[in-house]
Design a protein around this ligand. Structure first.
Ligand SMILES: C[S@@+](CC[C@H](N)C(=O)[O-])C[C@H]1O[C@@H](n2cnc3c(N)ncnc32)[C@H](O)[C@@H]1O
Length: 229
């Protein structure tokens, strides 16, 4: 039923405003996001022990690749983001945790990466999709830089129906306040639906990826190669 569909409202692509970075990296937000991030980390690690090189697109303050690095000493991780304040926050976190010999953060556009083809054993991406006006360019880059036998995993928020939206943001956003509450609402409104994601994938180099839904709040896809890393 078309009237039930909630139109997507894109939000600014890059999180560069000082108050947005502050809201996203604040202790209160991170305490809650930590638990959500853990479920993504478990998803990545359930494909087997990770070795080699991992790339995280739209890394933000780097929490997810740092968590993975801590649990995978044989892995080297690279996080990229288009926001310099986010890259700086990620570098500080790596130094604080003494992981700066294992985890590297740089400014880059996920749609135009300078890494060579088939370099990474693992390519992950959490909560970037809803920022993207042209996700196919990023999906194609994920496919290009990942080894054919490597793991590609993306997860993001899910946009609910028009009817469910007010309850969805009130309930699932109840842990946030202030700027972060607004960011969460805007992010859900900018998220893609499962149908939209499937259509985007079909038009990309990741057409063979498997889509999934995670709880009521998230969706995503993975492509696990024949031989796991
Ligand atoms: C909601 S945050 C998610 C951060 C992190 N992945 C996490 O799960 O906490 C999205 C991040 O993607 C970044 N971003 C947006 N467009 C990008 C692009 N084209 N390339 C790289 N990073 C991008 C934003 O600056 C922001 O830091």
């Amino acid at each position: 039923m078309k009237w039930l569909a909630l139109p997507r409202i894109p939000e600014p692509e890059v999180m560069g405003d000082a108050d947005e970075v502050e809201a996203y990296t604040s202790a209160a937000t991170q305490a809650y996001l930590d638990a959500v991030d853990d479920t993504f980390v478990e998803q990545a690690l359930c494909f087997g022990p990770l070795k080699g090189w991992l790339l995280d697109l739209g890394t933000g303050p780097g929490c997810i690749p740092l968590k993975i690095a801590r649990r995978s000493p044989e892995l080297r991780v690279v996080g990229v983001d288009r926001s310099l304040p986010m890259v700086r926050a990620a570098r500080r976190a790596a130094a604080r945790e003494k992981l700066d010999g294992q985890a590297f953060f740089m400014l880059a556009d996920a749609a135009r990466l300078s890494f060579r083809d088939a370099f990474f054993h693992v390519v992950i991406c959490n909560s970037l999709l809803h920022h993207l006006p042209q996700p196919v360019a990023v999906f194609n880059e994920m496919a290009r830089v990942a080894k054919p036998e490597g793991l590609v995993l993306l997860r993001d928020l899910r946009r609910p129906s028009r009817l469910a939206f007010p309850f969805h943001v009130r309930w699932h956003g109840r842990h946030y306040s202030g700027t972060m509450r607004r960011l969460y609402r805007d992010s859900v409104r900018a998220a893609y639906t499962a149908t939209e994601l499937a259509q985007l994938l079909q038009g990309s180099a990741l057409a063979d990826a498997q889509t999934f839904r995670h709880r009521r709040t998230h969706l995503g896809f993975y492509r696990a190669g024949r031989e796991q890393v």
